[in-house]
Design a protein around this ligand. Sequence first.
Ligand code: PAF
Length: 274
Amino acid sequence: MWVFKQSNQMSAWAHGKNSGFVPTMGFLHEGHLSLVRRAKNENDVAVASIFVNPAQFGPAEDFDAYPHDLDRDLNMLEKEGVDAVFTPSVQELYPNGPEITVRAGPLSLPLEGQFRPGHFDGVCTVVKKLFDVVQPETAYFGQKDFQQFLVIQEMVQSMKLGVNVVVCPTIREIDGLAKSSRNVYFSNQERKKAPLLYSALREAEKKLVQGKKPRHVENEAKLFLEENGFRVQYFRVASAETLEPVSKPEGRVLVAAAAFLGKTRLVDNVVFVV
Ligand code: PAF
């Protein structure tokens, strides 16, 4: 497995290859590995990147605390048969600081956009740079960050980047909690409660399919989560295409939520057809 720290070396290796690409911030888990397996199966070569991107963290967020273990990550990727890994430094990707950035499109504004201003600009900026370096045919993202997938797809279409963007199912623990690098932050007690977010999303899906009104479903879910110690930022029923709130669910529906449990922020969602 090749490991490149320099963009020009990564690009030279990738040039002319049909590659499937999995961008990550490291501290890998089964969710990332499921993306890597897909990239490997569907392309000639699989490339992953590991880079904790400062531009997508707000000033009060966990950039400094973000978990990392590069040796462990590289071992995991090698076992999966990944062909090359790009692990640039901050200086390598942002030699002049955040001078030239991408402004994310309208799909970045609702949901996460209301609570993490600038987050998707940071995501789009780094993903654009990574795509330029790796030149992938197809890039793979997890459904847990469904809005991120839509925002990146919007950027790719608008800027004609010519990369296929694929969303893959969320991988969960046995109790339903979505796998996330940030799950290591939970205390034992918080970890026991954390799967209730997914339970609330599934319950909401059931009620919406039965024809209950989205506003009622949202309010009931928020109440349930607050009673169980979550601090809910949003619990929203929206179109899975436009992210607009819906008053009568039809077609592909997204129910997305973000909530704090202690100091840890969880995001999760379900997508289904009504
Ligand atoms: O989903 C992530 O891990 C990050 O947002 C990404 C896509 C690697 C960009 O830094």
